[in-house]
Design a protein around this ligand. Structure first.
Ligand code: ZN
Length: 328
């Protein structure tokens, strides 16, 4: 269920056997937890008030799998009333992070072709413009990373809005090419940045902007269902087990965004970090590792939460709704 393009750093018995493909995002954990939840709920199926469908979606890393799965008709076939996802996160093992109204940013990518004698000078102006959009930098030290994790928990804090812009200039025989990668919150920032790029390009004699694709949308979790989950997790796991994020982590995206565009729901981060044991729990870092106690914690908490949602949705006056029943 997905790999990250890198080599495994640690010699574990579950390490990838394919050179250049590594378990650096925890998808092996997610798969194991999903199977575990299914096993638990299958044993309890007589007591469940409804139906739970498990979706094992590939190609999350390339942001292609959710679209393909939805286009294959998963939502029409199953008519979910709510949809949930769990992903490893760099929070202490034993904790969950919920993101009411937040989630993970979308992304945009476009390029500007410049020709003529001023091409390189103009390209440098565009690169400077794009650099100026960035409001946050990737953390380079453990201290900066710790600060970032604090900042995303502050309501209306420094990361409530952000832009991460990565421009790249390539010289060519006949001019220059500027490519720009962007992550931003909220999605309206992409429109503003595209407009600013277009008007700057229009002021240059020989620049041509190529916006071939629409920006990929942000993943935005339902505020209500995230709060409901926070209450459940707090009541069952106790004080300190639930972190509430009030901003999106700026450097990763998530194509579960497309499920959440169609169906109310939420993603939760499952804490897998254990700094004392040297386990950073930070997906997409070369030394990513996860505290495996999170497997059992994730299975128990999500099996309980999902069955609680079935009970809430079936309501006091309904008996065993069929799979296609939809409540107003
Ligand atoms: Zn990943």
């Amino acid at each position: 269920m997905d790999a990250v393009a890198d080599d495994e750093l640690f010699d574990t018995d579950f390490a990838s056997r394919i050179p250049g493909a590594a378990h650096l995002c925890g998808h092996d954990m997610h798969t194991a937890i999903g199977v575990g939840i299914a096993q638990v709920l299958a044993r309890l199926r007589e007591q469940l008030n409804g139906r739970i469908v498990f979706v094992f979606q590939p190609a999350e890393e390339t942001l292609e799998g959710a679209r393909a799965t939805i286009e294959d008709g998963i939502l029409e076939r199953t008519s979910p009333q709510e949809v949930y996802a769990l992903h490893c996160g760099p929070f202490p093992v034993g904790t969950f992070a919920v993101m009411p109204g937040f989630g993970l940013p979308g992304q945009d990518h476009f390029q500007v072709e410049l020709t003529g004698p001023d091409a390189v000078t103009d390209a440098k102006r565009l690169v400077a413009l794009a650099d100026g959009w960035s409001t946050v930098e990737y953390p380079r030290t453990p201290e900066q990373f710790r600060r970032l994790l604090e900042d995303i928990q502050i309501p209306d804090g420094p990361l409530a809005r952000f832009v991460v812009a990565q421009p790249q200039l390539t010289s060519r025989d006949d001019g220059a090419l500027v490519r720009v990668w962007l992550r931003a919150w909220p999605d309206s920032r992409y429109t503003e940045i595209r407009n600013a790029t277009q008007s700057t390009a229009d002021s240059l004699t020989s620049a041509r902007v190529d916006f071939t694709k629409e920006p990929f949308p942000a993943m935005v979790c339902s505020p209500e269902l995230s709060e409901t989950a926070a209450t459940y997790l707090h009541d069952t796991l106790g004080d300190g087990a639930v972190l509430v994020l009030h901003a999106a982590f700026p450097f990763n995206g998530e194509d579960f965004a497309l499920f959440l565009r169609d169906v109310p729901g939420a993603m939760f981060f499952l804490g897998v970090a254990n700094p004392e044991a040297g386990i950073n729990g930070a997906p997409h870092t070369p030394d990513f590792a996860a505290d495996e106690r999170a497997l059992g914690i994730g299975v128990r908490a999500m099996a309980g939460f999902l069955s609680s949602r079935l009970t809430a949705l079936s309501g006091p006056h309904h008996h065993s709704p069929g799979p296609t029943d939809r409540h107003p």
